[in-house]
Design a protein around this ligand. Structure first.
Ligand code: GUN
Length: 293
C-alpha cells in the first residue's frame, strides 16, 4: 500500500514554483502576488489562510491579507474585491469560504475578476472547465490531479467514484476525472446524499474520492481491494485529550481502509497540502496570463 504523501508531492510543485519566481526576480520582474480576504475569525479558515500566506512566502510570492469583521456589510466586501480587481499589482484573489450567512457567496464569487479568480469558482471559469478550455482549476481538484500525477497513478479507463457534489470539490473533480486530460479519462459516478446503494457503487470504484465532509464515513466494507482512495475531508472533531481540544479527521476511516488500498491519501498530510499547491500554481498562471508579457 502506497501512502500518497502530500508533503512530498507539494514540495515538488513548490520547488518548481520557487525556481520560476527566482528566474522572474533575476530578470527584474516582480513576483506573483496573491491577495486573500478573510471575513470573521472562524478557526479553521484562519488556519487555512495562514497556511496559504506561509506557502506564498516559501515560493517567493508576494501575499496580502485583507481582514474584515464578521459583521461586515456585503457592500464593503464587494468594494474590497473591486479594489483588488483594479490593482495591477495583484495577480490572484481568493475570498476564504464559508462566509457569514448575511453575505451572498454567489455574489462574492461573481464579483471577482475571472482573470484573477485563482480559486476557479467564477461561473465563467467553471464553464470553461466543463468545456475543456484552459482555465483555473479549483484548487482542491487541481491538487488531487497533481498528486495523482506525482505518484504516477494511472486513471485512464478506470471507474472513479466521487462522493459529494460541492462546487468546490466534488462536482469539478467529477468533471476533471471524466475529461480527456492526463489524469482523467475515467468513467465517473458522482454520488451524493440522495444516492441509492452507495456502498455497492463505492465497491465498484477503482478510484474513490471522498469529499462529503463527514468524518470517517468511508469504511472498509465500501472499498474494493486494490482501490486508490483520495480523502478530501478535513473535519475538526472535539477531543479533550488532544492539545488543541480537537483532532482533524478525514472522510475515510484510514486505519481500517488503508490495508485494502493500493494507494491512499492520509489526513492530515494529504490532499490539504496539495490544495495549496494548486492555488499557488493558479497564481503563477494568473501572473503569466496577466502581466508577464
Ligand atoms: N473553503 C474551503 N475550501 C476552500 C477553497 O478552496 N477556497 C476558498 N476560497 N475557500 C475554501
Amino acid at each position: 500500500m502506497l501512502v500518497l504523501d502530500g508533503k512530498i508531492a507539494a514540495a515538488s510543485v513548490k520547488e518548481d514554483l520557487l525556481s520560476q519566481t527566482d528566474a522572474l526576480l533575476k530578470a527584474g520582474k516582480p513576483a506573483p502576488h496573491l491577495a486573500a480576504i478573510l471575513v470573521g475569525n472562524n478557526g479553521a479558515s484562519e488556519t487555512y489562510v495562514a497556511s496559504k500566506v506561509k506557502n506564498c512566502e516559501e515560493t517567493g510570492f508576494q501575499s496580502s491579507l485583507v481582514r474584515l469583521d464578521e459583521n461586515v456589510e456585503e457592500a464593503v466586501l464587494l468594494a474590497a474585491i473591486e479594489k483588488l480587481n483594479n490593482d495591477p499589482g495583484v495577480d490572484g484573489i481568493l475570498v476564504q469560504l464559508p462566509l457569514p450567512k448575511h453575505i451572498s457567496e454567489q455574489k462574492v464569487i461573481e464579483a471577482i475578476n475571472p482573470a484573477k479568480d485563482v480559486d476557479g469558482f467564477h461561473p465563467s471559469n467553471i464553464g470553461k472547465l466543463v468545456q475543456g478550455l484552459p482555465t483555473f482549476i479549483p484548487a482542491t481538484p487541481y491538487g488531487i490531479l497533481l498528486m495523482l500525477e506525482h505518484f504516477k497513478i494511472d486513471t485512464k479507463g478506470k471507474h472513479a467514484v466521487v462522493i459529494g457534489r460541492s462546487n468546490i470539490v466534488g462536482r469539478p473533480m467529477s468533471i476533471l476525472l471524466s475529461s480527456n486530460i492526463a489524469q482523467g479519462n475515467c468513467t465517473v459516478t458522482l454520488c451524493h446524499s440522495h444516492t441509492h446503494n452507495l456502498k455497492e457503487i463505492c465497491l465498484q470504484a477503482d478510484i474513490l474520492v471522498a469529499a462529503l465532509g463527514k468524518p470517517e464515513f468511508v469504511l472498509p466494507e465500501m472499498v474494493k481491494e486494490g482501490a486508490v482512495v483520495v480523502d478530501v475531508g478535513i473535519t475538526r472533531v472535539t477531543d479533550p485529550t488532544a492539545k488543541k481540544g480537537f483532532r482533524i479527521k478525514g472522510d475515510v476511516q484510514y486505519h481500517s481502509v488503508a490495508p485494502k488500498c493500493s494507494a491512499i491519501t492520509p489526513v492530515p498530510g494529504g490532499v490539504g497540502l496539495m490544495t495549496i499547491a494548486g492555488l499557488l500554481k493558479n497564481t503563477m498562471l494568473a501572473y503569466r496570463n496577466n502581466r508577464d508579457n
